[in-house]
Design a binder for this molecule. Structure first.
Ligand code: ASP
Ligand code: MG
Length: 415
């Protein structure tokens, strides 16, 4: 039965890590695998800088692109002989970006973004495919644009499941397939992206369509933790997590898996393993439907760069039904998802990611009808299965702006 593996940027950020992934895959060489790669290291961020610089018509666009080239060049020189055909393949991918950059920026930022940023995954998969071939791990490189069909909501494209299922079933017919995470293709044949960190979701889409037996996400952490080890050094491993709990944790912002990943897996009851590429022998975490015992350990989740927007009626009347309708249509129009909301007699507050490409327009739209106040540089803290103890120590050094409590979960917006 097919398994889907996903390797993120950190797992292939340098020559040493790339070799490590090669060693891991050799262990699974006798299995049928679809292997999804993200862009290497922080390449997506680097390409975002290229896009930003391009749309601002800055003179630094070429410098920003050169950084991406240099990064890949070091890796190529570290693993291939000078005569290897991969050098041409990589050059051609950069030429594709240069073609885009030669034209005037499009009106549609999100479209330009997808055409440029997507190259990160084409680079990583071409390099990984060539490297794995070189070390004797036979594989076939597949263009995910022949597999995943989406609508044209660039930067946050929605999957057309029917076409996608059909294409994946038809085109994935090899023992070891390698393909790009994060990307899809519109019906007009333009590259789309599924949202930052979307490669986990790509793995889930492939698993769903192929009825895979398992998805394995290889990470630089031991598995799913009850807190982000970057903020909480004594974070603990959750060895088993139910699909429902995983959806909750991902929804609140646990970075270990992309929120859209679990739904398709749950629907087909395909277990998800999260394993460490640093310690591949270890069990890691498993997310599945029936777990032995639900952990009651509190989980701490932090979402940074939040903005709290408060909307009130100009004449201070109640925020009522048709206002809500309008507020939500404006959110939908600007493609903004709400992380937390709160209603009072005279105002309605929403906490959202402060995306500099979406929020200024959203605020402008609100201001046409309402009085709008906002607060930036906030973080949204969520504690699942909180205890009074966990809560108090957490609160100590924080200036809390808003708090919401349900039976299982506390959420705080704080500075
Ligand atoms: N490379 C993309 C990103 O960094 C997708 C992913 O890593 O999942 O957002
Ligand atoms: Mg990534």
């Amino acid at each position: 039965m097919i398994k889907v593996f996903k390797f993120g940027g950190a797992s292939i950020m340098d020559v040493q890590n790339i070799k490590n992934v090669g060693n891991i895959l050799q262990e699974y060489a006798n299995q049928e695998l679809v292997i999804v790669f993200s862009a290497m290291g922080k390449v997506t961020n680097m390409l975002e800088n290229v896009v930003d610089s391009y749309v601002q018509k800055s003179a630094n666009t070429n410098i920003a692109l050169q950084k991406v080239k240099d990064f890949h060049s070091i890796i190529l020189k570290g693993i291939f002989k000078e005569s290897h055909p991969i050098f041409d393949i990589v050059n051609n991918l950069f030429v594709e970006i240069e073609w885009v950059l030669e034209d005037e920026p499009n009106q549609d930022y999100a479209y330009d973004y997808d055409q440029i940023v997507s190259v990160g995954e084409f680079l990583s998969t071409q390099i990984m495919s060539a490297y794995l071939q070189q070390v004797g791990f036979e594989n076939t490189w597949l263009d995910v644009r022949d597999l995943i069909r989406t609508d044209n909501t660039h930067r946050n494209a929605k999957v057309d499941w029917e076409t996608t299922t059909d294409s994946i079933k038809r085109n994935v017919k090899t023992k070891h397939a390698i393909t790009q995470g994060f990307l899809g293709c519109t019906s007009e044949n333009f590259t789309s992206t599924l949202g930052r960190e979307g490669s986990d979701f790509s793995a889930a889409i492939l698993a769903f369509c192929l009825d895979a037996s398992e998805v394995v996400i290889w990470k630089d952490v031991p598995g799913m933790m009850n807190a982000d080890p970057k903020y909480f050094p004594d974070a603990k491993l959750l060895s088993q997590v139910s699909f429902d709990e995983a959806i909750e944790l991902a929804f609140y912002g646990a970075k270990v898996i992309h929120p859209k990943t679990i739904q398709p897996l749950k629907q087909k009851n395909i277990p998800l393993r999260i394993k460490s590429f640093i310690n591949p022998e270890a069990e890691g975490s498993i997310v599945k439907s029936k777990i032995d015992k639900m952990s009651d350990m509190p989980s701490f989740i932090v979402k940074e760069n939040q903005i709290l927007i408060s909307i009130s009626d100009v004449d201070l009347s109640f925020i009522v039904g048709n206002h809500m309708n309008q507020i939500f249509s404006l959110l939908a129009k600007n493609n903004v998802e709400v992380n937390l909301m709160q209603n009072s007699a005279v105002s309605f507050s929403i906490c959202v990611d402060n995306d500099k490409h979406k929020i200024p327009q959203l605020i402008k739209d609100f201001q046409q009808f309402y009085e709008v106040l906002y607060n930036v540089d906030l973080s949204l803290f969520t504690i699942r299965h909180y205890t009074d103890n966990s809560f108090d120590s957490f609160l100590q050094d924080k200036d809390v702006v808003l708090e919401q409590k349900s039976r299982n979960t506390i959420q705080l917006i704080a500075r």
